[in-house]
Write a protein that binds this ligand. Structure first.
Ligand code: GAP
Length: 486
């Protein structure tokens, strides 16, 4: 684990050094749990998002995508239960005034215990959380003498609830009408789908079962925001609400459970690094829920949630808006009559884009060492990002900056750059340029040398194996397209 911790710190440094992720507002010493994606990070994030979007919309017969606004009518959040229920039990240390989410405080403590003791503490915590037993949670913290990381004391307040939604004021008269104009920054994208359920169903003439997918920013005032981009205050979700007949929810819950796990595997995540975790304490809207967990360098943690949300959200919006949110089912029942009107049930899949980014980076980051033919040691740091989502697909490298080689290279660049992301570089020794492309995660490098002028062939180098072979210049684009198109 200590080794994993070092590797994780090195991965974070690597993300910064190679233009993947920067601390937000770094020149002002940063903003806690907020991150910016750099030139390579933004492209990788877009590629992951596009891969999800295509799998969830284009490749499905009955799922469409929307893009709802971040701001929503404030009643949305009253109806959804977020105003009253979207809170976590918190505890403050009286000496440092630092506030902790109770589950994170206890989990952090358990991480340092032997496995058997850690399990006992976590089982006790889960049982108390399931009963909302705050006095019991405080006692568990005190009995285990869990200390504040800053004051190093065990002097705790009572455990209390703390709402995680950010709010802001809306419109020019905000200051005069304080309170009336409060809007929230959405804590999940799902509600933008629920309030548009009928708009999409009617305009798209959708028949149940059907889904609505969406990607976009969500905001949560996380108290303990740790582990890099794992838990952020501003993050991005990729969610899909699947509208179904009441009573069929377990069938669809199991369907999406299997589908989503195999989708993650299609991104190169090994099956043994993924597992299911059933929720004991269900959210206020769910009748079944599970997480797909990934084994991050800091342990098994939630990557995606699959929730059977019943008809809770649509019924709530129907009540608060006084507008019918029902579906007329034309299919015939056993008596040969249309099934008629009902409020659909919903199974949701919800994955954090940033968390999936971290998953892919933790798997991709490799430090390799080997002995060369002359007996000396060599090493490299390589990002083995799956070629289909790598930010740059092809590096085009003229061996030297003269003799007409840059002209041939630039002509290849012009031919390829409309089809996929390319990188052109003519400075430094070729070995150094290959290493830089390994560190950025570029799966293919093509070198144009003097032989190219004679026989129109180039050297292609494969990132993962470092193998090099000679291929026709005219075949480069086709080869890269074959290996990266999905
Ligand atoms: N609509 C359901 C929903 O929002 P959730 O389990 O709270 O459910 C879904 O969140 C996913 O969003 C999580 O599995 C995680 O990947 C991601 N996520 C949640 N909070 C996050 C945070 N603070 N930072 C980064 N990702 C987060």
């Amino acid at each position: 684990m200590a080794n994993d911790t070092n590797i994780f710190a090195e991965l974070i440094a690597h993300c910064k050094e190679y233009g993947y992720i920067f601390q937000s507002s770094e020149i002002y010493d940063g903003l806690s749990a907020v991150y910016d994606y750099g030139q390579n990070g933004a492209q990788l994030k877009k590629n992951i998002r596009d891969y999800w979007w295509k799998s969830m919309t284009q490749l499905q017969d009955n799922i469409v995508g929307i893009d709802a606004a971040i701001f929503m009518h404030p009643t949305t959040w009253k109806a959804s239960g977020h105003v009253d229920n979207f809170s976590d039990p918190m505890v403050d240390n009286k000496d440092s005034n630092k506030r902790y989410r109770v589950d994170h405080l206890i989990e952090g403590y358990a991480e340092a215990l032997p496995e058997i003791d850690a399990k006992a503490v976590l089982v006790a915590m889960d049982a108390l959380l399931a009963k909302d037993d705050y006095a019991g949670l405080k006692k568990l913290i005190e009995d285990n003498k869990i200390k504040c990381a800053i004051s190093k004391t065990c002097n705790w307040t009572d455990v209390r609830q703390f709402n995680l939604m950010f709010s802001t004021a809306f419109g020019a008269t905000a200051a005069e009408n304080e309170g009336d104009n409060i809007v929230y920054l959405r804590p999940e994208t799902a509600q933008g789908i629920f309030v548009n359920f009928l708009n999409v169903q009617k305009t798209g003439r959708m028949k149940i079962p059907f889904g609505i997918a969406q990607t976009g920013k969500a905001f949560r005032n996380e108290i303990v925001a740790r582990q890099f981009i794992f838990r952020m205050r501003e993050f991005e979700q990729m969610e899909m609400q699947f509208f179904i007949r009441p009573g069929s929810q377990m069938e669809w819950f199991n369907y999406w459970k299997a589908e989503r796990k195999s989708w993650h595997e299609s991104l190169g995540i090994p099956a043994e690094k993924l597992r299911f975790h059933n929720h004991i304490k269900l959210a206020h809207y769910a009748d079944a829920a599970l997480d797909i967990e990934f084994e991050f360098p800091f342990g098994w943690k939630e990557l995606e949630g699959i929730h059977s949300r019943t008809d809770f959200d649509l019924t709530q919006h129907q009540t608060y808006s006084k507008k019918k949110l029902q579906y007329f089912d034309n299919d015939l029942n056993e008596q040969g009559k249309p099934i008629g009107n009902y409020v659909p049930y919903v199974v949701e899949t919800s994955v954090g884009l940033d968390r999936l980014f971290l998953t892919i980076m933790s798997l991709a980051y490799n430090q390799e060492k080997w002995i060369k033919e002359d007996g000396t040691e060599d090493s490299r740091v390589v990002l083995k990002i799956p070629a289909k989502i790598a930010p740059t697909k092809l590096a085009i490298l003229p061996l030297i900056k003269k003799d007409g080689l840059p002209e041939i290279a630039r002509s290849l660049l012009d031919d390829c750059k409309g089809s996929f992301m390319c990188f052109y570089e003519e400075k430094d020794a070729i070995g150094k340029r290959y290493r830089r492309m390994d560190a950025i995660g570029t799966p293919f490098c093509v070198t144009i040398d003097h032989q190219t002028k004679e026989d129109n062939t180039v050297t292609i180098r494969y990132r993962d194996t470092m193998l090099q072979e000679r291929i026709a210049l005219a075949d480069v684009k086709k080869l890269v397209l074959e290996k990266t198109t999905w």
